[in-house]
Write a protein that binds this ligand. Structure first.
Ligand SMILES: Nc1ncnc2c1ncn2[C@@H]1O[C@H](COP(=O)(O)OP(=O)(O)OP(=O)(O)O)[C@@H](O)[C@H]1O
Ligand SMILES: [Mg+2]
Length: 183
C-alpha cells in the first residue's frame, strides 16, 4: 500500500463491516517526539477474545468466502517497519480501537496521502455513519465532524457531489497547510 490514507480506508471499512454508526480517525504528528500516530475508534460490535487474538494474522478473516484478511496485518507491518507500535483494543459490544505509531523520520515511512479522497470515499459509501477526523500537529489541529456538518447542511444530503467535493478540498487544503507550515 502506497500511503497511510489507504491503510486508514481499510481499517475504517472494518468498522463499517462491524456495524459502526460512529467512527473517529485521529492522526497525530509530534515533531519533537518524532512520532506519527494513527487511531481508528468505532462503536461497532467489537471482537471476542478469540477473534482479537487472530485479527492480525493474514490467514484469518471473518468474511465469508475469503481466505485472507489483509487490512490489520498490513498496517501492523507498516508500523513495525518504521520503529512503531501497533495495538488493538476491542470487546464484544464495546467497539474497537486500533492504534498504529511510526517514527516520523524513518526512511520507510509512507506519506499520509490523499486524506480528502479517503474521507469522501467513506462518506459516499456510508453517509449515515458519523465520522470524526481529527488531525493534530504540534499543537495545531483540524477537525471534520460530519455529524455537525450534516446539521449545518440543513437537509442537503452530505453525499451530494458538490458537498463531497468541498469536503475533499477542505481536508486536503487544511492538512496540506499544516504540513507546510509546521514541517
Ligand atoms: N473494527 C472491527 N470491529 C470488529 N471486528 C473487526 C474490526 N476490525 C477487524 N475485525 C475483525 O478482524 C478480521 C481481520 O480484519 P482485516 O482487516 O485484517 O481483514 P478482513 O477485513 O477480514 O479482510 P480485508 O481487509 O483483506 O478485506 C475481520 O475479518 C474481523 O473479523
Ligand atoms: Mg479489513
Amino acid at each position: 500500500m502506497e500511503d497511510l490514507s489507504l491503510h486508514i480506508l481499510d481499517i475504517v471499512e472494518n468498522s463499517m463491516d462491524a456495524g459502526a454508526t460512529k467512527v473517529e480517525i485521529r492522526i497525530k504528528e509530534d515533531k519533537g517526539a518524532d512520532r506519527l500516530t494513527l487511531e481508528v475508534k468505532d462503536n461497532g460490535y467489537g471482537m471476542d477474545k478469540d477473534i482479537l487474538k487472530r485479527a492480525s494474522d493474514c490467514f484469518f478473516t471473518a468474511k465469508p468466502g475469503k481466505r485472507f484478511g489483509f487490512g490489520i496485518p498490513f498496517l501492523m507491518q507498516a508500523a513495525r517497519e518504521c520503529d512503531g507500535n501497533f495495538s488493538i483494543n476491542s470487546a464484544p459490544n464495546r467497539g474497537t480501537s486500533i492504534s498504529a505509531s511510526f517514527k516520523r523520520s524513518h526512511i520507510d515511512i509512507k506519506p499520509l496521502g490523499d486524506m480528502g479522497s479517503t474521507m469522501t470515499v467513506l462518506i459516499c459509501g456510508h453517509p449515515e455513519i458519523d465520522y470524526l477526523l481529527l488531525y493534530e500537529k504540534n499543537g495545531f489541529s483540524y477537525c471534520l465532524d460530519t455529524e455537525k456538518l450534516k446539521a449545518d447542511l440543513g437537509g442537503v444530503p452530505i453525499n451530494t457531489p458538490g458537498v463531497l467535493r468541498l469536503i475533499k478540498e477542505d481536508v486536503n487544503e487544511a492538512l496540506g497547510t499544516l504540513a507546510k507550515q509546521l514541517g
